[in-house]
Every structure is written in structure tokens, then in C-alpha cells.
Design a protein around this ligand. Structure first.
Ligand code: GDP
Ligand code: IMO
Ligand code: MG
Length: 423
């Protein structure tokens, strides 16, 4: 199993980081392949809780080399803040490598994100305001500045000044805040110098690791239904979190990938705007939010709760070629008298087959449910599948039957060891 991909199958925050941390024990490299500091990845080791935004979730093992791949957009103040925080807590980031091809985020990207969101008014996407979309837009229109550019400090400084002056004109025309060009150039010259020792040719590094028969783990951020192509456009992020994005964002080829683990919560959440067929607006939704602590790691926003949606999950199996599923946060449902699972959609009274290719239509479908009796007991201490309550096994088997791939891991608590791994 040399190259594994971990991908979110819903709208993010499925517990990807916890599973990546668990799997990293048997891997030598963990590489992020897309997104940026819009991600909030939580790892709990013993009584220590870490919230990561850019540093890959494998950083807690000394045998792992964490890599920020070429598909990631990197915000340098956040990266160094994260490195400093981790190191002050005894977690070394010395092995970290940042792809020379990764694009950098600058303050004007954040300004554009804010202007764009406020311009959309009620139709806003509800972005994290981290400048992710504008940074990817600059990459696509070929005016981005990349990590490798810091290798020549004078050239890097000139590039930053050139872009800052150009962006100042655009932002002024849009009525945005004035950029302080000199202080941005000064600040980023320092940050660039600090970045230089981490910059590496990660594409060849990953291929060399593969040649040495090392195990590589590719870490997705966000999720399938936030994918810019396959998600609920326009309520999506600006990259390709799907497993296909792992190749573009790391430089590995499709045939290198052998295992693709889709992470799904035993229910569903979404932060920000957009359609959500199995959304729960009442008290039951509040109960999920309370017990599951469903508040964003990055923005603190309340996550919208809903039941598990197997129409979505089956589509995620197709889009990502999932080989297996890790079902997380099963314990959050411990006290529910009934657990509902969406197994189909109806539109205008007629069942529709498959996941609609239209966000408007998705906003109008009515979710059809199967009800499973609750188990009313805590699953947190359980480590073997056979010891799980029969009703929760019924839920897991319904998932497998509906989506056609095995559920190999079941999360029963936030800590590293709180997981049922099926042999
Ligand atoms: P990610 O973005 O997919 O890595 O997920 P987040 O870290 O944003 O959100 C998942 C949250 O659920 C974090 O607070 C985790 O500590 C927590 N978590 C992960 N797995 C489980 C689980 O099986 N049970 C419970 N109760 N919490 C979990
Ligand atoms: P992790 O990796 C949940 C959502 C935002 C917004 C949309 C676009 O922790 O699962 P962006 O700032 O990316 O332009 O925002 O995407 N979003 C996430 N939601 N988890 C995430 O990351 C997210 N990253 C972005 O809320 O709706
Ligand atoms: Mg998250």
C-alpha cells in the first residue's frame, strides 16, 4: 500500500485529520495536496489538542516527513505562527518541506475575498475570508508568486512590490482598503527569507520516496462537495479536494495511488451557504451541534447539521474511486432515540436517480429516509466491531450496502486511539 489518499466525502470537517494521524503511524511521508489555511484539522493526542491549518497532520510522528505539496496555497504568517506554536509545544517542524511550486497568499488576496463576499450580499458564499479563491485565481491567470521565488531574495522582493502596486490600483478602483506597499514588501521579504530553508523540489522528493518503497499518505483538505468542479457550485472552495486532485497537487501519477479512504461523519455538517438536502433545522440539529461541538476550527462559525446522506456518499465513492470509508463521530449519535439516514431524493414527487448535476435542483429535492433505532449506550470505549451495539452495526451495514465499499474504520471519540479498526 505505498500511496494512500485521505479525502473528505461531505462538506468538510469529517475528521480527516484524526484518521490521517492514525494512518500516519505506518507512513513515512504525509503530504497536503490542495487548499490552504481555510482548513482546520484537529488532532487529539492524549490530553493535547492541536488545530492545524497548513502543516500536514502527520507532523506528530518523528518518522514522518510532512510535505506541503504544489497544489496548496500558502499563507506565510499563518504557516510560521503554526510552526512556532507547534514547536513551543514540543512538536518539531524541522522536517517540513514546502513545494517550490506552491503559490503564496498575500494581503491583497484577503482584501479581494472580503470585497467579493460583501458584493454578493445575501448570495455570499460564506468563505473563510482567507484569500483562498483570489490566490487560486491569480495562479490560474498566471500572475501568482510561488514558494520557489524566495530562492532569489531580490527577485522575490521585486515580484512582491510589482504585484502589490498593481493590486493597489485594482483595490482602490473597487473601493477597498489601501495597501501599504512598503510595509508589505518589508514583511514578506522577511517571511520569504524564513521560508527559504523549507522550500524543496517536493515532486522529485515524493517520487524518490516511492522508489525507496516508502509509504506515502496524501492529505486532502475540504471535501468532495466543496470541490470547484464537482461540488455545489458556486458554494464551493477554489481547488479540487477530490482524490483526482491529489495527483495534480502532489505531482504523483494516477497509477501510483493504491488506497483511497473517504472520510464521512455518521451525520453531515456544512459551514457557509449552499444546498443541504438532509439539513436538520430544529432541536435535533441543535443537539448534534452541541454534542458534536460543531463549530468551525478556523472561523468559529456554527456548522449546519443534518443526517447522513447516502446519495451524496455514493456519488463521493464514484468521484474519488474510494476503496473504503472511515465513518467518524459515531459516538455523537449515542443518545438519539432514532437515527435517520437519507437513502434517496425526490423532486416534484418523483424519485430521482443519482446525485443531481445542478445545485438549484439539489436545493429543491426532498430527502427520503430510513430510520434506525438508537442504541442509547456509549460506544466510546469500544475497539472491536463485534462489540458495537447491533443498531449501530445496522447503520454501518446500511452504508456499505448502499455505497458498495467497506467501512473499515469507525470513529468513537476524538482521541487518536478512539477508533474501531476492522481487520
Ligand atoms: P477535518 O477538517 O476533517 O480534519 O475535521 P475537523 O478537525 O475540522 O473536525 C472534526 C472534529 O471532530 C474535531 O474536533 C475532532 O477532534 C473531532 N473528531 C474526529 N473524530 C471524532 C470521533 O470519532 N468522535 C468524536 N466525538 N469527535 C471526533
Ligand atoms: P477542512 O479541511 C469546512 C467552506 C467555507 C465556504 C466555502 C468556500 O477543515 O474540512 P473558502 O474560504 O475555501 O473560499 O470558502 O468552503 N470551507 C470549509 N468548510 N471545512 C473546511 O476545511 C473548509 N474550507 C472551506 O465555509 O463555505
Ligand atoms: Mg476542519
Amino acid at each position: 500500500m505505498p500511496v494512500s489518499v485521505v479525502v473528505g466525502t461531505q462538506w468538510g470537517d469529517e475528521g480527516k485529520a484524526k484518521i490521517i494521524d492514525l494512518l500516519a503511524e505506518t507512513h513515512q511521508v504525509v503530504a497536503r495536496y490542495q487548499g490552504g489555511h481555510n482548513a482546520g484539522h484537529t488532532v487529539v493526542v492524549g490530553d493535547q489538542k492541536y488545530a492545524l491549518q497548513l502543516v500536514p497532520s502527520g507532523v506528530f510522528y518523528s518518522h514522518v516527513t510532512p510535505v506541503i505539496g504544489n497544489g496548496v496555497v500558502v499563507d506565510l504568517p499563518t504557516l510560521f505562527n503554526e510552526i512556532d506554536t507547534l514547536e513551543s509545544r514540543g512538536v518539531s517542524c524541522a522536517r517540513l518541506r514546502v513545494s517550490s511550486l506552491a503559490h503564496l497568499i498575500f494581503p491583497w488576496h484577503q482584501s479581494h475575498d472580503a470585497i467579493s463576499e460583501s458584493g454578493l450580499g445575501e448570495n455570499k458564499i460564506g468563505t473563510t475570508l482567507k484569500g483562498i479563491g483570489p490566490a487560486y485565481a491569480d495562479k490560474a491567470r498566471r500572475v501568482g508568486i510561488r514558494a520557489g521565488d524566495v530562492r532569489d531574495p531580490q527577485r522575490f522582493k521585486n515580484l512582491v512590490r510589482e504585484r502589490a502596486i498593481a493590486e493597489q490600483k485594482v483595490l482602490t478602483a473597487l473601493g477597498g482598503e489601501q495597501l501599504d506597499v512598503d510595509s508589505i514588501v518589508e514583511k514578506f521579504s522577511h517571511l520569504g527569507a524564513r521560508l527559504a530553508p523549507y522550500v524543496a523540489d517536493t515532486v522529485n522528493f515524493l517520487h524518490d520516496a516511492l522508489d525507496r518503497k516508502e509509504n506515502l499518505l496524501l492529505e486532502g483538505a475540504q471535501a468532495t462537495f466543496l470541490d470547484i468542479d464537482h461540488g455545489t457550485y458556486p458554494f464551493v472552495t477554489s481547488s479540487n479536494p477530490i482524490a483526482g486532485g491529489a495527483c495534480a497537487g502532489s505531482g504523483l501519477g494516477p497509477r501510483d495511488i493504491t488506497r483511497i479512504v473517504g472520510i464521512a461523519k455518521a451525520y453531515t455538517t456544512r459551514v457557509g451557504s449552499g444546498p443541504f438536502p438532509s439539513e436538520l433545522l430544529g432541536e435535533l440539529g441543535d443537539k448534534i451541534v452541541d454534542i458534536g461541538h460543531e463549530f468551525g476550527t478556523v472561523t468559529g462559525r456554527r456548522r449546519r447539521p443534518g443526517w447522513l446522506d447516502l446519495v451524496m456518499l455514493r456519488h463521493a465513492v464514484r468521484l474519488n474511486s474510494l476503496t473504503e470509508i472511515a465513518l467518524t463521530k459515531l459516538d455523537v449519535l449515542d443518545t438519539f432515540s432514532t437515527v435517520r439516514v437519507c437513502v434517496g431524493y425526490e423532486l416534484n414527487g418523483k424519485e430521482i436517480s443519482g446525485y443531481p448535476d445542478d445545485s438549484q435542483m439539489l436545493g429543491q429535492v426532498v430527502a427520503k429516509y430510513v430510520d434506525i433505532p438508537g442504541w442509547n449506550t456509549s460506544v466510546r470505549a469500544i475497539r472491536n466491531y463485534k462489540d458495537l451495539p447491533k443498531q449501530s452495526q445496522q447503520l454501518i451495514e446500511l452504508v456499505e450496502k448502499h455505497v458498495g465499499v467497506p467501512v473499515t474504520m469507525i470513529g468513537v471519540g476524538p482521541e487518536r486511539n478512539e477508533c474501531v479498526v476492522r481487520k
